[in-house]
Each structure stands twice: as C-alpha cells, then as structure tokens.
Write a protein that binds this ligand. Structure first.
Ligand code: ZN
Length: 364
C-alpha cells in the first residue's frame, strides 16, 4: 500500500475525529509537564495519557545522581505547568535548574508521604565512625569517610547549603575542603524501589494532574485505578517469587546502595561497595570489608547495574568466587522493549533476576 496515501488517510481521519469530538485533547492542548528521570516519566505518562505532554530530563539508562542539565532542559522546565521530582535529594541539580529556568509552575515532590528509610538505619556496617558534621547524615559515603580519616578540615554544615556549592560540577572527586563535593539528605532517595511507595507516587502524580487539568481528572483517576491494580498484583507476584527463597540465601551485592526499599518490602539484604549515590567511589577499605563479609556470610550472587560501572562488582565476584547474577536496574529504565522498558517491567525484572540468581547460585 502506498505509504503517503495511508498517511493522508490517517491524518484526514484524525482531523475528522478531532472535529467531531471537541473534547479530545490535541497535542497543543496537552498539559506540558517535566519529570526528572525515566521512572517518573513512565508513571506520569501512564496516568496522564494523551492529556499530558511529558518531557523527561534524565532519559533511559541515564544516571540521575550525576546528571548535568542542558539548556534544552531549562527550556522545557520554563514551559512546564508541573515539574515532577523524586525529592529526598535524589536530584541535587534540580533547584538550580528550576531557578535558572525561572520555573513558575507547580513543583511536585512525588515521594511526599512515602515511608522513608533513614540513612542511619542501614549504615551499621560502617562502625567506628563519628561525624561531627550533622549535615553528613550519609556516613556510608566512602569518600567522605576517607576525607575524615585523613584528617581533612571539617567545614561547617552550612557550607553545603550555599548556592556556590551547588553550582559546582560533580566531575571532580576532590573538593577543596576535603569533602566529596556533594551532599545527601537524611533519607534513602530510591523510594520507587518499593511498590508500596509507588502507589504514593501515583497518588501524588494523579492529584497534581487533576488539579492542573480538571477537565481530564476523570481520565486520570481511571488510569490511576488501572495502574494501582497492576502495581498491587506485581507486588503480590514478587512476594510469592521471593517467599520461596530460604532465609540463608537472601543477601546479595549490588554496585550502589539503591535497593534498601526493595529489601525492606521483600526481606532481601543488599550490600553495596558504593554509597547511596553513584557519585561516590568505594574506598579500598570498604571493598576489602565487603569481600570479607561476602566470604564470611557465604553471599552467593553479585549484580551489575545499568547505570553504574560494572568493573568493581566484577572484581568482587572474581575475588570471592561469587556469581555475577545479572544486571539490575536501580534508577533508570532500559531502552524501550528492553528488560526494564517500563517501571513495572523494571521491578519485575529486578525481582526475577535476583530470585533466579539466588535459586541457582552455588555457595562460594
Ligand atoms: Zn541511586
């Protein structure tokens, strides 16, 4: 069939449809919104459907922790009615971007209301460290720890709040004050790694869209209901998959510390040589300690991530005789049609990969 003819037929049909049904949202009418990263983008698209035009700043397989916004991002943010962010200091670059873009819309922190995990709750393997600096709640941070051990000058906690600091790039590992040149919040930011939390994200997104575009609220709430049903059914499915694992085979190693929420929901312990952010680098001491722990606890599987450098985890696997159990997706979707093309696919893939590895792996 002639492609052009088909095209004209289709566009004629669409024009006719638009004319017949004035309520139908056209591209121009769609609510312009920005999401910071691919998982949020997927959620907002799923709820907003055609009524929303979504721009996502950090795309598939992108690392939000170390992202550097572009002029195109600022342009998108400037035009957006809503800016959806994860919050919990996941997007350390966002305030500055929103300011530079003179963003005038609604900022929605999608983690509002989730059950957060405070950093101290799972920081106990870094014993024997005392930070005088309260702003550094994230004392799992390898660089930060080393700096303190080297007796670097400990600047006041306020130093991490100033704009000049935020303006700095995240490429250089060493900050002149001896700290790593970024800060983290009090809580693990990777909230989407819990499907229970995801339902809170979904509620926040739905309410914000419905407020901004009340004429489409019914559609948003219908989409929300279908999404929630899928989220609940996947949660049950993952619980069933993991319940078959013996208690002795429930500890695994990932590159960076992104799975604490998943671990809390499903009873899996995650260890990571890198801290909560991929910005951090694991210190030799942390890695050595982790290797000892893997041997002592007979941890049988380690995992690489789509956004993190796999070499450290591969080295740990070689040194401990653990199996690299596959690739996990902590904070970014895969390519479309890939194993983690949507948020729900991502959660399913991670769970299935973990269960398969823990079921088949031999103890080192
Ligand atoms: Zn992360």
């Amino acid at each position: 069939m002639n492609k052009n003819r088909t095209f004209f037929k289709v566009s004629a049909l669409l024009t006719a449809l638009a004319a017949c049904v004035p309520a139908t949202v056209t591209a121009q009418d769609a609510l312009p919104v920005v999401t910071t990263f691919s998982i949020l983008g997927d959620m907002v698209k799923r709820i907003g459907g055609n009524a929303v035009s979504v721009t996502t700043l950090v795309g598939r397989n992108g690392d939000t922790h170390v992202y550097q916004p572009t002029p195109a991002d600022a342009k998108a943010v400037r035009k957006a009615s809503i800016l959806f962010t994860n919050g919990l200091e996941f997007e350390g670059w966002l305030d500055r971007l929103a300011e530079a873009a003179e963003f005038n819309g609604e900022l929605i922190v999608t983690t509002n209301g989730i059950e957060t995990i405070a950093l101290q709750e799972h920081g106990d393997e870094h014993e024997g460290k005392n930070h005088e600096d309260d702003a550094h709640e994230d004392d799992r941070h390898a660089d930060s720890k080393d700096s303190h051990e080297q007796g670097a000058v400990d600047n006041g906690s306020d130093a991490h709040e100033d704009d000049e600091h935020k303006a700095e790039g995240h490429d250089d590992d060493e900050h002149e004050d001896g700290h790593d040149d970024h800060h983290h919040g009090e809580f693990d930011p990777h909230g989407w790694q819990s499907l229970k939390n995801a339902s809170v994200y979904v509620d926040n997104i739905t309410a914000a869209l419905a407020k901004a575009s009340p004429e489409n609220a019914t559609t948003f709430y219908q989409n929300r209901a279908a999404y929630m049903a899928d989220i609940e059914s996947l949660d049950t499915q993952i619980k069933d998959m993991i319940s078959a694992l013996p208690a002795s085979a429930r500890t695994i190693v990932t590159s960076h510390d992104a799975f604490q929420y998943f671990g809390r929901d499903y009873g899996i312990t995650f260890l990571a040589p890198q801290g909560l952010s991929t910005e951090s680098e694991a210190s030799a001491r942390d890695v050595a300690q982790l290797i000892r722990q893997i041997r002592a606890d007979s941890i049988s599987a380690v995992f690489v991530e789509n956004v993190a450098d796999p070499r450290l985890v591969q080295q740990i696997a070689r040194e401990t005789g653990s199996v690299v159990g596959g690739k996990l997706f902590p904070g970014a979707l895969s390519n479309e049609g890939g194993p983690a093309g949507t948020y729900l696919d991502l959660m399913h893939h991670n769970a299935a990969t973990i269960v398969t590895a823990l079921t088949s792996a031999k103890k080192p």
